[in-house]
Each structure stands twice: as structure tokens, then as C-alpha cells.
Design a protein. Structure first.
Length: 175
């Protein structure tokens, strides 16, 4: 019986890991295609309204992280992204829950999307500027990879809160 459950768990783990990998690679591809189209068709700094004033395209090259912070330490962000990508790859082999797969896939796609820019974009490998293009009022300009990372973080936070609520409810029932 134990062997049968172990086999099922391994199959489930592989299936969930493949789902996460597939989602991550899809998000990476979407991110890179949007960036290629943006560099091809947009003029840097020239805002193009998409949905009135709510959403515009505005091509910039960001040497830093979120909100342009840390522009002098791009190499640090590159190394961190490489380590985070490796961490995601290890996690792919250990996840079993569907929500883990979605969060990990989005996180992997987002991290690698920006890492590709840091490796391939000027001025130099690991010092490259990230291509950003989405603009909403009173907020930083961002890209698809940033959206993926943010949604993944949101999923992880919500799941953590739900797990805490579930644990408290179990403690109340046990008391």
C-alpha cells in the first residue's frame, strides 16, 4: 500500500512540476515577445494610450529594479535572479499542490524574463537594462515579467494567510 501511494505521489509531483515548468516557459515567451514588439514598434519615452488614461505603452530601459531603484547595482540583481531561477528549478521537483505550480510557474517566468534582459541587453552581459513598457497613472513603468512576479507574490501571501486561518480553525476544533 505504501509503495502504491509513493508512486501516486511521484506521478502527482511530476505532473504538478511539469505544469509549473510549462506555465513558466509560456510566461517567459509572452514576456520576450512583448519586449521584442515593444522595441520594434515603440519610440522610447513616447507614450501610446491603450485604454484612455488607464493604460499606456511607454518604452524605457530600466537599469535598476522596481521603480528604477538600485540602478548602480545591476550585477547584484542579475546574480540574485540567477540564484532565484535555480531555486525555482529545485522547487519544481518538490511541489505537489496546484496553487504551488501556478505561483512557481509565474515566479519562474517573471524572474527569467527579466534575467534574459539583464544578460542580453546593453550595456553588457549581467549589466543589461530591463525593457519596460506598461504604464498606469501614478505608478512605475513595468513589464509582463513584473506582472508575473507580482501575481505570484500575491498568490503566496493569500495561500499563507489561508493556511494560517486553517491552522487556527484546526486548533479551535482540537481544543
Amino acid at each position: 500500500m505504501q509503495a502504491a501511494r509513493g508512486t501516486t505521489l511521484n506521478k502527482q509531483r511530476w505532473g504538478v512540476g511539469l505544469l509549473a515548468a510549462g506555465l513558466g516557459l509560456t510566461m517567459l515567451a509572452v514576456d520576450q515577445l512583448i519586449k521584442i514588439a515593444s522595441v520594434t514598434y515603440l519610440i522610447p519615452g513616447e507614450r501610446v494610450p491603450l485604454v484612455g488614461e488607464l493604460l499606456s505603452l511607454n518604452l524605457i530601459r530600466n537599469p535598476g529594479a522596481a521603480f528604477g531603484m538600485g540602478s548602480g547595482v545591476t550585477i547584484v540583481f542579475s546574480v540574485f535572479a540567477i540564484l532565484a531561477t535555480l531555486g525555482c528549478l529545485v522547487a519544481l521537483t518538490r511541489i505537489t499542490a496546484l496553487w504551488h505550480a501556478v505561483a512557481l510557474g509565474l515566479l519562474f517566468g517573471g524572474i527569467t524574463g527579466n534575467l534574459v534582459d539583464r544578460i542580453t541587453q546593453p550595456p553588457a552581459a549581467l549589466h543589461g537594462h530591463v525593457i519596460d513598457m506598461f504604464q498606469v497613472p501614478n505608478f512605475a513603468i513595468f513589464n509582463w515579467a513584473d506582472i508575473c512576479i507580482t501575481v505570484a507574490a500575491g498568490l503566496i501571501i493569500v495561500a499563507g494567510v489561508l493556511a494560517e486561518v486553517r491552522e487556527r480553525n484546526l486548533q479551535k476544533v482540537a481544543a
